[in-house]
Design a protein around this ligand. Sequence first.
Ligand SMILES: C[S@@+](CC[C@H](N)C(=O)[O-])C[C@H]1O[C@@H](n2cnc3c(N)ncnc32)[C@H](O)[C@@H]1O
Length: 269
Amino acid sequence: MTQQIYGKSYEGTAAENYQRFFVPSIGAPVADDLIGVAGLQPGERVLDVACGTGVVTRRAADRVGADGRVAGLDVNPGMLAVARSQTPPDMSIEWYEARAEAMPIPDEAFDVVLCQMGLQFVADRHAALQEMRRVLVAGGRAILAVPGPTPQIFAIMRDALAGHIGPKAALFVDLVFSMHDVGELRELMRSAGFEKVDVQAKPKAFRLPAPADFLWQYIQSTPLAEAVNQADPARRHALEEDVCAQWQRFAVDGGLALQVNMTTATARK
Ligand SMILES: C[S@@+](CC[C@H](N)C(=O)[O-])C[C@H]1O[C@@H](n2cnc3c(N)ncnc32)[C@H](O)[C@@H]1O
């Protein structure tokens, strides 16, 4: 699939574009922080829930080494296909296509469960957290990261999507930033049975591509692609003009300066 957007072409599926665009600018820096907090040790068994294209999963495999075991689980086969294609042949990772709410994994199979920017998309968050706890050994640890509240750059995109494309497109942006409240996440984890729950929110700075590039890269990397690509060209043009005009105040050295609060939860079984 190739989308021509004002002279630039975006080839590939949303999953391929997620890996190509979203991971370098946002996914990888967040993964570096998550892996740092996780403190993985050689030989540990790690499950990455909602692994997407595997940016966290592969970092985990590097840390635990050949004596460890790493698995990635995601509901989207397109994301898993890219995850597999990005994994070096000498790196052993098991990939599960499944919902976080019902994992085809035996009890107490892992020492660590990771979940980066995934919980907010899961329909039944309580069930997913219970599943994460179930597959951990006693004393095993869970480390989750979720973004929000909606930063100004994304609020502008959301409002422009609502105006030019439709309310359903705007809802996707709301969902991305829907699970960040420290108290809510703490309670959710405790109610799933986790102990020693610690939840912290910290600002994280990102340097993004130039406004029009980032707008289209983000759209083509997410489920937004379908709705936006079907829209009338005049609407897409108006979307770009509207968003880029408002994003000018975040422009720095030709790129966009984004600051997002990341909420990180750590807990033990
Ligand atoms: C923003 S991506 C994050 C991917 C990866 N963790 C990362 O940081 O790049 C969100 C992922 O959650 C997955 N997802 C959404 N709902 C899910 C569910 N119920 N069970 C498993 N994965 C789910 C999506 O398929 C998608 O790959």
